[in-house]
Ligand binder design. Structure first.
Ligand code: GTP
Ligand code: MG
Length: 200
């Protein structure tokens, strides 16, 4: 699979604005600055699609992109960003949880974790919340360019251990990526195409 058509569709500030649709949506979620918007641009070969920033808190709405006229990629605001006011933080969190819990055409969620820093308590909290609420997700470790290749396995093993201490019997499926060094696109797209073929 190669993405040659990607286009900004619409932004929404709450689930209630989103019409019921048959087209599947795949969402990107993770802490602010983890690289959600960058990953969308990377896999779509379109630098101008989603706005990125080195300052956390860039994506403030549910931004939806139409891909190949077949599915949507949905860029969500980051969770747990401490430097915005409590009011906006609660608004972000509400937008995210409402969308993940109740969006009927949400097909799969990519949960991004920055491999170059240790997963934070909020990440484990969020993973636990997805598990408890039956939200299907796949983990994408981002920024692997910042980790020496010999350390990648150790980091993954540490993560697996933390999850097992958190009562997960098996590690959720995961992918590795770097939108900076352009690694992981093929496996991401192969995964995407396989999962989309199961959409009914
Ligand atoms: P919010 O919209 O604030 O929630 O952030 P986001 O998760 O969408 O992150 P974004 O894609 O805007 O990227 C945040 C910063 O991380 C930017 O400065 C990117 O250039 C950088 N970044 C993203 N992906 C990578 C990566 O794979 N490697 C490295 N080294 N930097 C990355
Ligand atoms: Mg963003």
């Amino acid at each position: 699979m190669k993405i040659s058509y990607s286009k900004f569709d619409r932004s929404f500030s709450k689930l209630g604005q989103m019409p019921d649709e048959r087209i599947p949506e795949l969402a990107f979620i993770g802490r602010s600055n983890v690289g959600k918007s960058s990953l969308i641009n990377f896999i779509c070969n379109n630098k101008k699609l989603a706005q990125t920033s080195s300052k956390p808190g860039k994506t403030k709405l549910i931004n939806r992109y139409l891909i190949e006229n077949q599915f949507y990629l949905v860029d969500l605001p980051g969770y747990g960003y401490a430097k915005v006011s409590m009011r906006s933080r609660l608004k972000f969190d509400e937008m995210i949880t409402e969308y993940l819990l109740d969006r009927k055409s949400l097909f799969l969620t990519f949960l991004l974790l920055d491999l170059s820093i240790d997963p934070q308590p909020i990440d484990f909290e969020f993973i636990r919340w997805c598990g408890e609420n039956g939200i299907p997700f796949v983990i994408v470790f981002t920024k692997i360019d910042k980790v020496k290749s010999k350390d990648i396995e150790k980091k993954m093993a540490d993560f697996e251990l933390s999850l097992s201490q958190d009562n997960w019997d098996e590690i959720p499926e995961y992918l590795l990526s770097s939108s900076t060094s352009k690694e992981g696109k093929e496996s991401f797209l192969a995964y995407l195409s396989e999962i989309l073929s199961t959409y009914r």
